[in-house]
Design a protein around this ligand. Structure first.
Ligand SMILES: [Zn+2]
Length: 322
């Protein structure tokens, strides 16, 4: 697709193109920015651009090198991400990179390692990576993508050139979705709910996000008492808990934002904005702050693999204010 098709990231793309044009691509890069804004796509396009046989400074999308990278079949481009159910990138995966880095490129000009969601590296893995960062081999590039800088050791960050990616505007995401054939009504809702992330917005089409949102808002906002009394959780909510919790957070966020602004145009749940106004007035700011903190705390618990059933019941109790 080449750099020109990445939307809304003009600043980092320009910086990367300049590096290629000036033949300054070497060492390690940290692509830092929110989830779903194009960090991984850009790293693939960067890998294509530095190895492209047909074009200088960008990917031609036609040569053998570009095609192999697109189909993940290039022998010199490696993507490292978390394996198994642990959600972590382990030291053995980093050791594999260190071995590969001792070799010369097979057919490309540069070997490219892309560590996707680098904050998922264990401490041991990050410490092992330091060796490579301190003595970067020639003709090798390492790209670490991350949305949460706090998960990375300062020694790792300080050895990478940081390239920052930012959120996109709602209108940019809406236009992007409509170009992909999503109808206007859905594109408006998804682009609002995506909070700046086109990747997240695109995922909504696949996930039937409206049903997911309605289900969790129904259980944890409208019928908390019944939920606690019946003691049964909707299995569908547990199936995609991360998205469900995010949807609930968006709902409470709207209640809070409306309280301050009294403006329906700044809401995310644009299709249910008529309901937000009356419910918003029923809660105090303190109460909404506490409820938002409860949902965010549950999201953190889920990341640390807490039993979802226990976490959700605790959340229902706290949201109920018992
Ligand atoms: Zn090419």
């Amino acid at each position: 697709m080449s750099f020109k098709n990445i939307i809304g990231q003009e600043v980092p793309i320009r910086a990367l193109k300049n590096l290629i044009a000036e033949d300054q691509v070497r060492g390690a890069y940290l692509f830092l920015g929110p989830d779903g804004v194009g960090k991984r796509t850009t790293s693939m396009e960067f890998a294509k651009a530095v190895n492209c046989d047909g074009k200088k400074g960008d990917a031609c999308d036609l040569c053998s090198s570009c095609n192999k990278i697109d189909s993940m079949n290039h022998p010199d481009v490696f993507i490292i991400s978390s394996e198994g159910s642990s959600n972590s990138i382990k030291i053995k995966q980093i050791r594999r990179i260190i071995y590969q880095a001792s070799l010369k490129p097979y057919e490309g000009r540069k070997i490219v390692f892309i560590i996707s969601n680098g904050e998922e590296m264990t401490i041991e893995a990050q410490n092992a990576l330091l060796k490579l960062l301190e003595e970067p081999p020639e003709n090798h590039i390492l790209i670490v993508t991350a949305s949460n800088i706090e998960g990375l050791l300062s020694t790792v960050i300080s050895r990478c050139k940081v390239v920052r990616f930012s959120c996109l505007g709602q209108d940019q995401i809406q236009a992007f979705l409509q170009r992909r054939g999503i109808d206007e009504k859905k594109a408006i809702l998804f682009s609002h709910m995506a909070m700046g992330s086109p990747g997240r917005a695109l995922g909504y089409e696949r996930m039937d996000i409206i049903t997911t949102r309605d289900r969790i808002v129904n259980d944890f906002f409208f019928r908390k008492t019944a939920l606690l009394r019946e003691g049964t959780l909707n299995e569908e909510i547990k199936r995609d808990l991360k998205t469900s919790l995010y949807m609930l957070l968006c709902w409470y966020r709207d209640l809070m934002v409306f309280k301050f602004t009294q403006d329906k145009t700044v809401l995310l749940n644009v299709d249910r904005s008529e309901e937000i106004s009356p419910y918003s007035s029923r809660f105090s700011i303190d109460r909404l702050e506490r409820d938002i903190a409860t949902i965010m705390k549950t999201m953190v618990y889920m990341k640390s693999n807490m039993n979802p059933k226990i976490a959700l019941f605790n959340m229902a109790i706290e949201l109920k204010g018992i």
